[in-house]
Write a protein that binds this ligand. Sequence first.
Ligand SMILES: CC(C)(COP(=O)(O)OP(=O)(O)OC[C@H]1O[C@@H](n2cnc3c(N)ncnc32)[C@H](O)[C@@H]1OP(=O)(O)O)[C@@H](O)C(=O)NCCC(=O)NCCS
Length: 220
Amino acid sequence: MSPSALYFITGSPGAGKTTLLKRVVADYYPAGVEQSLGVTPSLSTTQLVVERVPSAALTSTLTSAIHSLCDAAYDTPTAPLFESLGPGEHLLGFQGTVLVSHLMWVTRWLQPAGARALKTSYVEMVATAPDSQRRGYASALLEKFVSCAGDYDLAALCPATEGLYARLGWRFWQGPLYARKDGRLLATPEERVMILILPRTPLLDLDAPLSVEWRPGEVW
Ligand SMILES: CC(C)(COP(=O)(O)OP(=O)(O)OC[C@H]1O[C@@H](n2cnc3c(N)ncnc32)[C@H](O)[C@@H]1OP(=O)(O)O)[C@@H](O)C(=O)NCCC(=O)NCCS
């Protein structure tokens, strides 16, 4: 198993801010976070342990936990959505040994008209367990995500809620959106996309047309 990083993050209720306390690199063991730490984490209710795991390294136990969490958060079976997204990287937020929050990203190629295609970290399946929401967990994962996206030219997502992302610096793309399919551009006027500027992001005109490669299911 390749090593994975564990990040200890505190989130104080009401503070609206998270603080990275400590980064521990540990071997990743399939059965869960307590084994990867060697001990069961003794964390108070305000602490979240964030673990980054590639899809290929997810155990069946973790996969089930992610699906259960997302099913409950989205109130719909999400396994078909994960299937259509394909593999990516996951950030898992644990409260003690319980998975309480999740996001993942896949690599896509967003292309502003007249510019080169940008290697984009496209965030999907942001979810917090219903009984753990409004404690800053999704915000903590999104903040951690930024430090995981160093190899990308841009980050993007199709938001169901915007305040969460806007507070963290995400901005709506203002120009028209398209999908690239079979050499053609298909307009997707019903969609809205937010982007996050990363250190490698070139100067962007947010009013320009923006396209993404077509995919089955949700194009954006
Ligand atoms: C959207 C979602 C992921 C947010 O997860 P979360 O862990 O509750 O997110 P956060 O706690 O970081 O922030 C959510 C809200 O709680 C507030 N909040 C954060 N910490 C808080 C605290 N300690 N006390 C009170 N409110 C708090 C935030 O300010 C934010 O407020 P806003 O919605 O008015 O902007 C979650 O509601 C969810 O899973 N929804 C269903 C699936 C979904 O729609 N996913 C989004 C796809 S784009």
